[in-house]
Design a protein around this ligand. Sequence first.
Ligand SMILES: [Mn+2]
Length: 409
Amino acid sequence: MSTIRFIHTADLHLDSPFKGMTGLPPARLNELRESTFTAFSRFIDYAVETSPDFIVIVGDIYDGEDRSLRAQRKFREGMERLHEVGIPVYITYGNHDHLSGNWVRFELPPNVHEFAGSVEEVSLTVRGMDVVLHGFSYPNRQVREEMVSHYPTALDNQSFHIGLLHGSIAGNDTHAVYSPFTIEELQSKHYDYWALGHIHLRQKLSENPPIVYSGNLQGRHRNESGEKGFYEVELSKTDAIFSFVPTSAVHFGKIQVPCVNIRHANEWLAACEDALLSFASQHGPSVVDVEIITLDDGTATFIAQTAEDIWLDAIREMMEGYDPFVWVQRLTFSNNLHHKENNALVESVLGQVDSWSADEWKRVLGDLYQHVRTARYLDPLTEEDIDDLRKDVEKLLLNELPTVQEVSQ
Ligand SMILES: [Mn+2]
């Protein structure tokens, strides 16, 4: 049997502080802050039960460069459990937990190999088969240069060669580009598998050989929605079989609630409640954005009589006490509650905003994104962010401008 079986995971971001989450009741916030650890425990439990040949963890084990004591202690405990059952683990550190950070060192058990600050190779034998792993840890936070040229080309076809790389595709400006690579460059190394980290969205960039992001174990905000987990891979010289194993403890998601022929607030709240409970029964504890769609004029009329924030509070209060919990982070309406017809000024500003390209958005937000103190805390601007900002602009204009109009008339 010439198949090896390993787990590929990355971007654990242990002890992620969920800073942007405000307003949650303390118990829920606590559950959310524990979620990276809960997801990590699920991964360790799975490994202990199923005993893979080895595990690769491709960077960003810790969320912060100080590698919080608690995160290190929990990680060490997990590695100890794998050590007890004889599972080797190969880890690299990424931009979040680079080697130059200032942290108190924990010693890891001997089953764990930590890749050094420059590309190195490590060999192991799995049931008589040779496996060679290639990788490096970030020596400092900003590895902007390409690193692939430091990876050796596989010359023998007998061993399994696996590349560990924390980075992103060159020229992709939706994410901070670290250690940029092209798919062709990776393919040219003749490896059997590329285990990637850094991008939190699970995806396969190529099938042959597999070039794969496992995504993170636990979503950290609304832009990391959906089921999160890791890949278990059965790899032969001709084939790769993937099993995705979900681990997320809290699910970030979006729900659309259709509202037709609703004439009373209680009916509307009940429709939201039904949708939220059915989401939670499917996904477990959740943080969701709710979008109200297909709003007819009658429904829109009574909803418009109360501020959106007050509706949001009402939904949140209604959902208190349910287990698993569902926290509504945002409430939006697919059509505008306020009539914007005849409001030429709003139309003209929105028309202007709609015409901005991603580059223009970046220029507009330049003060924030280029500020020496704020820039490092901001995730790169995504299309989703731009869409949200645009909606906020519209809301602000519609809420504020009637006053201006009244004055001018
Ligand atoms: Mn990461």
